[in-house]
Design a protein around this ligand. Structure first.
Ligand code: S3P
Length: 425
């Protein structure tokens, strides 16, 4: 098990256009290319374990993939049956979206993942897909991977999801594209909307009206994608927190998606007192721009709304909360319990090890701001926990054990962290 030690930082000026490319958009680029006729061109694809696993699966499903370095081209040959077991590694997004895509493909497919993914709930997609005719199974009545899929014809649906999850929404939209009629999907809160934006850009008929999405089945293959994947705001956010907690520091993050469903954590950090500005520089499938963060003293905040828009950033936000004055609370965030780790427990336990008082609730936690202390914490195999506590270490020094998981989403994290302080691995 590899660990890393980070030393407390002097004031720094961080500026980068090399934050890891967006994970959600990279997964989708590779997968959606399977539905297109012609060659999709993907620039700045995230070369991290999760998304490279997705790309490999797309290859197993018959696509011709040419990796030219900065650009990857994907030419679909239809979705073909594969002799391989399709290994999604650590990625819930990979597994759940492939369920939606493969449910209507001709053939038999087996999806698996690592020890963490095999413990995560899949019935949120397998059950609604079964209800429209998909032949899907797995352990625990289709809830746990490995999953097997026998492609079938799917019926049009009108489905109301109880959870605000872009993974569920995307799986159902992908199923809808190859169903026998117009489908409607509703969610309780808007979740990230990359699938809708990208599929519309490729020519699919997808209409979004508030929390309701209507999808028309494809009459012909989609047009190929021509995309440059922007930087991932969830990865960028670690450096936003870094600048916010170290007096005299700043972070300038370039080429990042400014999609409103993805930058809510920055808005919360602003509410805590950080000085943040956003500059739009480009628009392609998504608004793209620069986010600038300057340190200012932080005060406590209560986070109870738009949880789906900041679900991945809550661990890093909890570090900002630990450095703020007063008691911060996170509620309505039970989804945190079924991420790469139980993030309510891993955040609370690790903050306690760092001398920070917390309260744990079934759907969230409270963090009483104080003095973060040097400690040795574990990532529990969760990339966002590992990176959050390394950022916390900028304040007081920190050792984080089991850091290999960072490669699932942000392979150059340590290069960038090294621009802020001294790091040992
Ligand atoms: C993702 C959606 C989110 C997020 C995950 C990526 C996606 O999950 O946590 O890291 O790409 O659709 P849910 O929307 O299922 O909560």
């Amino acid at each position: 098990m590899i660990s890393a030690k980070v030393y407390s930082a002097q004031p720094f000026e961080f500026k980068s256009d090399a934050i890891a490319p967006d994970k959600s958009i990279s997964h989708r680029s590779a997968m959606f290319a399977l539905l297109a006729e012609g060659e999709s061109r993907i620039e700045n694809f995230l070369r991290a374990e999760d998304t490279l696993n997705t790309l490999k699966i797309v290859g197993h499903l018959g696509a011709d993939i040419v990796d030219e370095g900065t650009v990857i081209t994907v030419r679909s040959n239809g979705i073909q049956e594969s002799p391989e077991i399709l290994d999604c590694g650590n990625s819930g997004t990979g597994m759940r979206l492939f369920c939606g895509l493969l449910s209507s493909a001709e053939g038999h497919f087996v999806l698996t993942g690592d020890e963490y993914l095999k413990r995560r709930p899949m019935k949120r997609v397998t059950h609604p897909l079964r209800n429209i005719g998909a032949k899907l199974d797995g352990r625990n009545n289709g809830d746990l991977a490995p999953l097997s899929i026998r492609g079938a014809s799917l019926k049009a649906f009108d489905y109301e999801s109880k959870i605000a999850s872009a993974q569920v929404k995307s799986a159902m939209i992908l199923a809808a594209l190859r169903s026998d009629g117009v489908c409607t999907f509703r969610e309780p809160e808007l979740s990230r909307d990359h699938t809708e934006r990208m599929l519309k850009g490729m020519g699919a008929r997808v209409e979004v009206n508030g929390l309701e999405t209507k999808v028309w089945p494809l009459e012909k293959p989609l047009s190929p994608l021509n995309i440059r994947v922007p930087a991932d705001p969830s990865s960028a956010f670690f450096f936003a927190v870094a600048a916010a907690i170290i007096p005299g520091s700043s972070a300038v993050i370039e080429g990042v998606t400014l999609n409103p469903t993805r930058i809510e954590a920055f808005k919360v950090l602003e509410r805590m007192g950080a000085d943040i500005s956003y500059t739009l520089t480009d628009e392609r499938y998504e608004p793209i721009g620069t986010i600038t963060v300057n340190h200012a003293p932080l005060k406590a905040v209560s986070v109870e709304e738009n949880i789906a828009w900041l679900i991945d950033e809550l661990p890093a936000l909890s570090i900002a909360m630990a450095c703020a004055e007063g008691k911060s609370t996170v509620k309505n965030a039970e989804e945190l319990r079924v991420k790469e780790s139980d993030r309510i427990k891993t955040v609370v336990d690790n903050l306690n090890l760092c001398g920070i008082e917390t309260e744990e609730y079934p759907d969230g936690y409270a963090v009483i701001g104080g003095e973060l202390k040097n400690a040795c914490v574990n990532s529990f195999g969760d990339h966002r926990i590992a990176m959050s506590f390394l950022i916390g270490g900028l304040k007081c020094g920190m050792e984080v054990e089991d850091i290999e998981c960072i490669n699932t989403s942000f392979p150059n994290f340590f290069d960038l962290l090294g621009m802020c302080t001294k790091v040992e691995r």
